[in-house]
Design a protein around this ligand. Sequence first.
Ligand code: GDP
Ligand code: CA
Length: 338
Amino acid sequence: MQKITVLSGGVGGATFLQGLLHGIAAGSLPGVAAEAEVTVVANTADDIWLHGLKVCPDLDTVMYTLGEGIDAERGWGRSEETWSAKEELERYGVEPTWFGLGDRDIATHLVRTQMLEAGYPLSEVTQALCRRWSSAPSWGGVTLLPMSDDRVETHVAIADAQAPSGKRVVHFQEYWVRLHAEVPAEALVFVGLAESTPGPGVLAAIAEADLVIVPPSNPVVSIGTIVGVPGIRDALRSTAAPVVGLSPIVGDTHVRGMAHQMLTCIDVEVSAAGVARHYGARAQGGILDGWLVDERDAHHVAAVEAAGVACAAVPLMMVDPAATAVMAAEAIRLVRPS
Ligand code: GDP
Ligand code: CA
């Protein structure tokens, strides 16, 4: 296999990519060439304008992780970060104050915003930003593509007793970063998604791949939005490559993040089988040929198979790149038995 395409959110997707690249470099992935090329189609529905800056959290998490510039402990933002600009903005009383905009990170957003305002599409801006990071040995020749050049934003409707309608709609970042996903999400609104088009190279990366992987990213606000860009679901359904996913739900809840709340909001059962059914079998109009569940969820295997998706239960905790590489190898074995 020469061409692997991975759909990705932020931390879950980036952590999986580290393991995949580890496996490729180590030659431990069955049938995968040492010079295999990895293309990442990243979610951009988390994007937000803050203080006049365009912030792309998932693109940046992947970029900083693969470029070794990530704060590994937090899982997002730059390493050795300082927060002077954020503190100064707070002293001016400028809202919002809840988003973690570090000084080093701001440099990325300044470059991005300047280029966007000069007329470059997000895909070209991303390519330019990646030029700096792609010399890191850990980058592994990855091509990072935004799912779309169009503005798409996930918004969340929450109950608000003070609002005349009893409801308020907040940006997904406000729901997650400020409200910690602690208030029930009543509805999700994917602003701009239905009118968006896939970014340059995205459909080709899926159509021409030898393997497509859906990593353990959030099934609703990461993978759900990528697949929701008109054209991407059809590309996943029609590619000659097998499509294999790994469950972000382990033991009937998320490992980290807020997938539980998001799945509940769209009435999908919060389990490894529930997510597999939600994605659906390719043979039946869905996007999956195979689905890995954690060993704790072995009792869900039969239900996933009954939905028409090949399934196996293996350890799915991404504790380090070597362990994650084993997950990637198992995923490949599931859809490309040797
Ligand atoms: P985000 O954009 O930063 O929220 O990251 P993603 O959407 O890419 O991934 C978030 C998902 O990754 C969550 O639903 C987590 O449950 C899942 N996740 C995080 N760590 C692990 C892990 O070690 N194993 C598995 N199976 N899932 C994980
Ligand atoms: Ca995200």
